[in-house]
Design a protein around this ligand. Structure first.
Ligand SMILES: C[S@@+](CC[C@H](N)C(=O)[O-])C[C@H]1O[C@@H](n2cnc3c(N)ncnc32)[C@H](O)[C@@H]1O
Length: 200
């Protein structure tokens, strides 16, 4: 299936493997680390890219499923991060049909730098799917990129208020919101980070 948001990633995979892996998981997620459930938790990393976050969480003792529709990133990430606690799946938003078919629920669902690749229709469709994958008490984290769109990529302007409203409509509660600069120092780029919880 073609997913418009993946445009540009395959061609740049070799560069992105280095760029994404140059970011430290604990630094990037510093404001949310206390929200990580105790190990061993079931973690779903959607749009996992090179698996930086997935591998860090597997290294903490969690069982992680990394979902990545770009074959070149998925293959590179799997080579880079071999772990018995980290599995990879070719699937994508909004439907996540492969993930849903597994019939599992997750204590933490992570979408780092992915949500702005979805258009309004797909965002509206995806949120209930994500909420349905959370175990009772489970958490959903996502980051939204704001600012100029790199050439060759497909990104949409997303109002954090829309994400909060959609998550609340899907039965989730906002736990935390943070605004921050760009770890890679790109001009004009800034981020919103949101964490939600499903009721226990
Ligand atoms: C900016 S990268 C972020 C990668 C990784 N999460 C990180 O933080 O390094 C965005 C990722 O989202 C993936 N992606 C794009 N559209 C997607 C979709 N519809 N469903 C799932 N992943 C998607 C891309 O293939 C790419 O790996």
């Amino acid at each position: 299936m073609t997913r418009p948001g993946t445009q540009g990633y395959a061609a740049e995979a070799a560069t992105l493997l280095q760029q994404y892996e140059s970011i430290d998981f604990a630094t990037l997620h510093a404001a949310f680390l206390d929200l990580i459930p105790p190990a061993p938790a079931r973690v779903l990393d959607i749009g996992a890219g090179t698996g930086r976050d997935a591998a860090a969480l597997a290294g903490m003792g969690h069982q992680v499923l990394a979902v990545e529709p770009t074959a070149e990133l998925r293959a590179g990430g799997a080579l880079l991060h071999p772990s018995p606690r980290l599995a990879w799946l070719d699937d994508g938003l909004p439907g996540l049909s492969g993930v849903v078919a597994l019939g599992q629920s997750y204590d933490l669902v992570l979408l780092t730098a992915v949500w702005m690749h979805l258009d309004a229709t797909d965002r509206a469709a995806a949120m209930p799917v994500l909420a349905g994958l959370l175990a009772p008490g489970g958490r959903l984290w996502l980051s939204l990129r704001h600012g100029p769109v790199p050439e060759g990529r497909v990104m949409h302007a997303v109002d954090p208020a829309e994400v909060i409203a959609q998550a609340e409509a899907a039965g989730l509660t906002l736990l935390r919101r943070r605004e921050g600069g760009d770890t890679l120092g790109r001009d004009g780029v800034h981020w919103t980070w949101l964490a939600f919880a499903r009721a226990p």
